[in-house]
Design a protein around this ligand. Structure first.
Ligand code: BJW
Length: 230
């Protein structure tokens, strides 16, 4: 059975109304990443970082999956082999669309993490620096997301899946953030056929055998139908 691994980035959720990071007008043009997406920024001003993630949590709560998320859920449901989605996104739109085999390598907006003891629990809509950890009581609550300089989640499982993949796709990611930016090259070297689906060529485009250019809501359903042979 053909094994399929798909890495997704902010571009797949753009048409659901969630902003991307590096496009014109993107999140990093409004909020310096050094301030809101690094452990050092959080240590300097945890209130600012919580406000940034509280706003994004509220926005994501109102977002709905678009045809690209729905097509990937259909792929998982109808493909005879394994389909694994490795998302860099912290929204829950793959799950909302019906995908079940999803790894959130950069964490989730709906998760809270204790910076003191590592305990995890569901995030309330609003989080604040002095919120006590339900496990140890320390006022060290943070969003359960992966900032620059931190280790992304489940890397061993991701790399094992990439090494066994027959087909690898990268959807809506700029190819500028590692380790995900290297997955196309790695999967191709390990024997997978590699496809990039994006609005425009990414920084990692040359690593892919095949390219589909256009909005995810259009190119992903077409690609999924082809993979399913329908
Ligand atoms: C559409 C579309 C539509 C738009 N349809 N497409 C020097 C060299 C190499 C590496 C490093 C280096 N210095 C530091 C590093 C490591 C660092 C890194 O990569 N830095 C780079 C900036 C160089 N990486 C890390 O620190 C990571 N950890 C790490 O490396 O640990 C050590 C280690 C790992 C493995 C082995 C050994 C050691 C951690 C990275 C954490 C990133 N965190 C963030 C925030 C998460 C929480 C949050 O959401 O707030 O993750 S940053 C941000 O970028 C977020 C995203 O997941 C990530 C990727 O962004 P993405 O998804 O690609 O979005 P965009 O906006 O960049 O691109 C959108 C794309 O969509 C574009 O291409 C558009 O064209 C397209 N698009 N509309 C289709 N409608």
């Amino acid at each position: 059975m053909e094994k399929i691994v798909i890495v997704t980035g902010a571009g797949i959720s753009a048409e659901s109304g969630l902003g991307t990071f590096r496009d014109a007008g993107g999140i990093w043009q409004r909020y310096p990443l050094e301030d809101v997406a690094t452990p050092e920024g959080f240590a300097r001003d945890p209130g600012l970082v919580h406000a940034f993630y509280n706003a994004r949590r509220a926005q994501a709560a109102g977002a709905r999956p678009n045809p690209a998320h729905l097509a990937l859920a259909r792929l998982e449901a109808e493909h005879a082999g394994e389909v694994l989605i490795v998302t860099q996104n912290v929204d829950g739109l793959h799950e909302a669309a019906g995908s079940r085999n999803v790894i959130h390598m950069h964490g989730r907006l709906n998760g809270a993490l204790c910076g003191a003891c590592g305990h995890r629990w569901p995030a309330p809509p609003e989080m604040a620096p002095d919120d006590p950890c339900p496990g140890c009581g320390a006022p060290a609550t943070r969003p359960d997301v992966v900032w620059f300089g931190e280790m992304p989640y489940e890397l061993d499982r991701i790399e094992a899946a990439l090494a066994e993949a027959d087909l690898f796709a990268a959807i809506g990611t700029s190819g500028q953030v590692y380790p995900a930016a290297a997955y196309g090259e790695f999967a191709g070297r390990m024997g997978a056929h590699t496809v990039e689906l994006n609005l425009e060529p990414s920084a990692a485009s040359r690593d892919f055998h095949e390219h589909r250019q256009g909005p995810a809501s259009e190119v992903v359903p077409v690609w999924v139908a082809e993979v399913l042979g329908k």
